[in-house]
Design a protein around this ligand. Structure first.
Ligand code: 13P
Length: 251
């Protein structure tokens, strides 16, 4: 996908069906026309309703928060990429740190999910990011490099070009501690360099890289104005229409 400014929400496991409909409608109604992209990452139960709302608004799209790597079959409780596609969602969040940590998703499994998503022409929003101990040790770039190498860099150039990357330092997720704009910029620049080394300068330059971790209306503008930060993946602040609309308006 060509590099774009993107404000993506990740609702995580929040909102009942009626609350989700109300939130998506409030965001759809409050959005100003723009060239930027807004993506709502919603629980599976909301996908169809939110996709129906989103299709009436230019620049509003829907993402699933996870998918299964198999095409179909006896995997009780799981959701396939075809199912996600069939309700009109075009994106799938893959490799969120909560999936890695609480559901033991390995590099190898995430590579399979990336492949499954791309094989159906959906777009993975691939999450990476280090825990606090790694940041304190100073090996955060090597940590993220491994995440990219093990789950994304097997891709040939063309499929890789579809990917959106979200850098989410785990120490900043849901903690209220945001990476400083300089910390975000440094890591995004490093990620872009890793992509340039593996693919090319052009591919690196065209990849959208989002920052996630305690993005709020008060800090979005400064984060999004960093040269290598193309937007955000927003958790808590995407659950309130007013806050998320302010973040959307921060570019
Ligand atoms: P918060 O914005 O709540 O810190 O969550 C970030 C996140 O995990 C988005 O995927």
């Amino acid at each position: 996908m060509k590099r774009r400014k993107i404000a993506a929400g990740n609702w995580k496991m929040n909102k009942t069906f009626s609350e989700g409909r109300a939130l998506a409608s409030a965001i759809a109604e409050g959005m100003e026309p723009s060239e930027n992209l807004v993506i709502l990452g919603v629980p599976a139960i909301h996908l169809k309703a939110v996709a129906n709302t989103a299709k009436k608004v230019k620049g509003l799209e829907v993402a699933a928060q996870n998918c299964h790597q198999a095409e179909s079959g006896a995997y009780t409780g799981e959701i396939s990429v075809d199912m996600i596609k069939s309700v009109g969602a075009k994106y799938v969040i893959i490799g969120h740190s909560e999936r890695r940590e609480y559901f033991n998703e390995s590099h190898e499994l995430l590579a399979q999910k990336v492949d499954a998503t791309l094989s159906k022409r959906l777009i993975p929003i691939f999450c990476c990011g280090e825990p606090l101990s790694i940041r304190e040790e100073g090996t955060h770039v090597a940590h993220v490099k491994k995440q990219l190498e093990e789950s994304l860099f097997h891709l040939k150039t063309k499929p890789f070009e579809k990917i959106v990357i979200a850098y989410e330092p785990i120490w900043a997720i849901g903690t209220g501690v945001t990476a400083s704009p300089a910390q975000a910029q440094d890591m995004h620049k490093a990620i872009r360099q890793l992509i340039a080394d593996r693919y090319s300068e052009r591919v690196a330059d065209e990849t959208s890289i989002l920052y996630g971790g305690s993005v709020k209306p008060a800090n979005a503008k400064e984060l999004f104005s960093q040269p290598d930060v193309d937007g955000g993946l927003v958790g808590g602040a995407s659950l309130k229409a007013d806050d998320f609309l302010k973040i959307i308006g921060s570019f």
